[in-house]
Design a binder for this molecule. Structure first.
Ligand code: HEC
Length: 123
């Protein structure tokens, strides 16, 4: 319940409180935390199962691809293993999976990184 309230508050306020992101830091976050399952350009060639690659996502023709990155932690399957530090929530971990623990600022950096990827890859 608390998680839902915090998520809604965060979604409504968006990134207003965040500093402009740093794409390099965002890439580091993606390498450290997303590469486990997603294919990250220039990093790995294989992801896990049906997990979409970052390239495919930023090249998507759907207009909501960027929004999906902004709220990825609230989209399945992420809520079961992502902790945003400032929210201090405890997800129900599936057995044997290490949680992804990131800070709100990292979300801004991730957005700067995917914006840069989109610039490079959406041609
Ligand atoms: C444990 C595996 C795992 C990790 C780690 C992971 N993801 Fe995902 N992600 C998935 C899977 C599986 C899907 C596909 C979900 C679907 O299509 O229903 C997905 C989908 C997405 C989507 C698209 C969501 C949608 O509904 O279309 C975004 C955006 C995303 N991930 C971002 C990230 C970011 C950013 C990170 C790192 C901070 C990350 N993911 C870490 C497994 C993971």
């Amino acid at each position: 319940m608390l998680r839902t309230v915090l998520t809604v508050v965060f979604l409504l306020t968006g990134f207003a409180g965040c500093q402009a992101g740093d794409a390099k830091k965002g890439e580091d976050v993606a390498i450290e935390h997303c590469r486990r399952c997603h294919v990250i350009p220039g990093q790995n060639n294989m992801g896990i199962g049906i997990t979409p690659s970052f390239k495919a996502m930023v090249q998507s023709r759907a207009d909501d691809w960027r929004h999906k990155f902004e709220v990825f932690y609230a989209l399945r399957p992420h809520p079961s293993f992502v902790i945003i530090q400032e929210f201090r929530t405890t997800p129900e971990f599936p057995l044997g999976i290490t949680p992804v623990i990131i800070a709100v600022d990292d979300l801004g950096h991730l957005m700067a990184y995917v914006d840069k990827l989109a610039l490079d890859l959406r041609k």
